[in-house]
Design a protein around this ligand. Structure first.
Ligand SMILES: Nc1ncnc2c1ncn2[C@@H]1O[C@H](COP(=O)(O)OP(=O)(O)OP(=O)(O)O)[C@@H](O)[C@H]1O
Length: 504
């Protein structure tokens, strides 16, 4: 009996609430009620109820927006589809258009109120409400926005023509109408030189910056690296950290959009990355704050003068940074450059001597980089003293590039970065085996959350780390978020859940 009551209760909770109903006419002249519906669990959708008895619907998640032209309104959904073209299978989101006219070619649309009364409403208003509806997950929020404050959502979008194979502008052209359909306006800045994106965001007034709703980069990972650093080095950084950032695949690595697509359960495409941004849902992820001992003192640039440096993605050194940065001249090959150059690098392996210490404890705080760590604290760190490193990789994101899920155990908001490394103590065979498993991180046992059997890889979750190359001038380069930095004494502490990113 109790069970039956519970079931009844669940049933009534699951009832749909019709929020808005507009009366339109389809292409054949059949009247249709377009109902914006919220069901339990904020799972909204649009239902088309035709007067000839048919009905169909669009899930909230798939609803893109609406376009109005000459008393006609197209309601557009953007569902996931798998298309077969020749021998290729294409997995992406594709637009589906539901075209409607106003009833009797009227200027306005009929809104059917819950009481059954009919109210006249402007077509542009209908478009606006559908666009808002496509973005608001919570019904209460949706109702507020429709009735009260209308904030124009303008995005600041950086397009880096230098990224990857130089295709970022073409990629942006592929997705820009998605922003328009969903009611987002945008201001595009094409980056003209190295660090242009940093300069733009570092110098812009607070008033102008916060007039934007979020910041997007159509690029690789170097441009979001500049975005993050510019925002965190500004005096108004606390407010900056409220601004979500998003990436769309325009470079060769694209770890940021790849990770966000995967976490959001989307296909890994520029269309899906843009779709995530359009949906206006956000998540806070970790960053690492590095402190450098030496700054690039010949420069007057604020970024190169800063002792603080922020990373959302990774720091690689030894084999991995050699691979990432040494293969720059093969950029025209796209992502294949890593495979081609990797084989060559494995044959001529660099080994760099360093002292490294790290900890996953949140109770330990590193002193300034040029200061000694107290004896008492030192004993609490894991230390690798005077070791020859052949492989060293620290990452926050599971996907370090589009094809490489090298850190399947990394969690973007656990307050920890994942560190893997090998020293001279491990055999060259182990080194090759590890390098060959970088694409899918199969050196990890995902179930046991440890290093897989047969691998001699060192793995630690890290909250703070100090790296001291013994001979910095002969220690190659660090690749931080894919950007080159001289390998020099450096220490970092994770800032948990601090960066807002677009994510479903
Ligand atoms: N017009 C430009 N000319 C030269 N360099 C530029 C220009 N615009 C931006 N840059 C620089 O391009 C560098 C690389 O950018 P980005 O990381 O976005 O692309 P990528 O290196 O191809 O991608 P990935 O990091 O994913 O491999 C950044 O350091 C940025 O400062």
């Amino acid at each position: 009996m109790e069970m039956q009551i519970q079931q009844e209760e669940q049933k009534s909770n699951a009832q749909d609430t019709i929020l808005y109903t507009f009366r339109l006419q389809d292409q054949k002249g059949v009247k249709v009620d377009v109902c914006l519906i919220s069901s339990q669990g904020f799972n909204s959708f649009v239902r088309f109820e035709y007067q000839d008895g048919r009905s169909e619907g669009i899930q909230w998640r798939d609803l893109l927006g609406a376009v109005v032209q000459n008393k006609k309104i197209d309601i557009i959904s953007f569902p996931k589809r798998v298309q077969k073209r020749m021998f290729k299978k294409i997995e992406n989101r594709f637009k589906e258009v539901f075209p409607f006219n106003t009833v009797n070619q009227a200027e306005n649309v009929e809104q059917v109120l819950p009481t059954g009364e009919v109210k006249s409403i402007d077509l542009q208003e209908v478009k606006y409400i559908i666009q808002e509806f496509s973005q608001q997950k919570e019904t209460s929020l949706f109702i507020n926005i429709v009735s009260n404050n209308r904030v124009q959502k303008e995005l600041l979008i950086f397009v880096n023509p230098h990224s990857g194979k130089g295709q970022a502008q073409q990629v942006f052209n592929r997705v820009k109408d998605l922003f328009e359909i969903s009611g987002h306006s945008y201001h595009v800045v094409e980056t003209l030189y190295r660090l242009h994106c940093f300069d733009y965001l570092y110098e812009i007034s607070s008033e102008k910056l916060f007039s934007y709703y979020g910041i997007v980069s159509v690029s690789g990972d170097g441009t979001p690296h500049e975005i993050v650093n510019a925002l965190l080095l500004r005096s108004d950084r606390e407010q900056c950290l409220q601004m979500p950032i998003g990436g769309i695949h325009g470079g060769s690595g694209n770890a940021l959009p790849t990770t966000m697509c995967n976490i959001s359960g989307e296909y890994n495409t520029p269309e899906c990355a843009a779709f995530i941004i359009i949906k206006n849902q956000t998540k806070k992820i970790d960053l690492i704050e590095f402190e450098r001992e030496n700054i690039f003192n010949k420069s007057t640039h604020p970024f190169q003068l800063s002792k603080r440096l922020y990373s959302f993605l990774s720091l690689s050194w030894t084999f991995v940074s050699d691979l990432d940065l040494g293969s720059e001249s093969l950029r025209f090959l796209g992502e294949t450059r890593f495979e081609v150059y990797g084989f060559w690098r494995l044959m001529f392996l660099n080994k760099y001597a360093a002292n490294i210490l790290f900890s996953n404890s949140s109770d330990l705080n590193l002193p300034e980089i040029n200061q000694q760590i107290s004896e008492q604290d030192l004993s609490k760190y894991k230390i690798e003293k005077n070791q020859l490193f052949t492989f060293f990789y620290l990452s926050n994101l599971p996907w370090v590039s589009e094809q490489y899920q090298s850190f399947p155990l990394a969690v973007v908001d656990d307050g920890l970065f994942d560190l893997i490394y090998l020293t001279n103590e491990q055999s060259r065979f182990q080194m090759i085996k590890t390098a060959l498993a970088l694409d899918n991180g199969s050196f990890f046992d995902k179930e046991k959350q440890t290093v897989a059997k047969g691998y001699d890889l060192k793995y630690q979750k890290v909250r703070s780390i100090r790296i001291e190359p013994i001979n910095p001038s002969k220690s190659g380069l660090y690749s931080i978020d894919g950007e080159r930095y001289q390998a020099e004494p450096l220490q970092g502490t994770v800032l948990p859940k601090i960066l807002s990113v677009f994510c479903l």
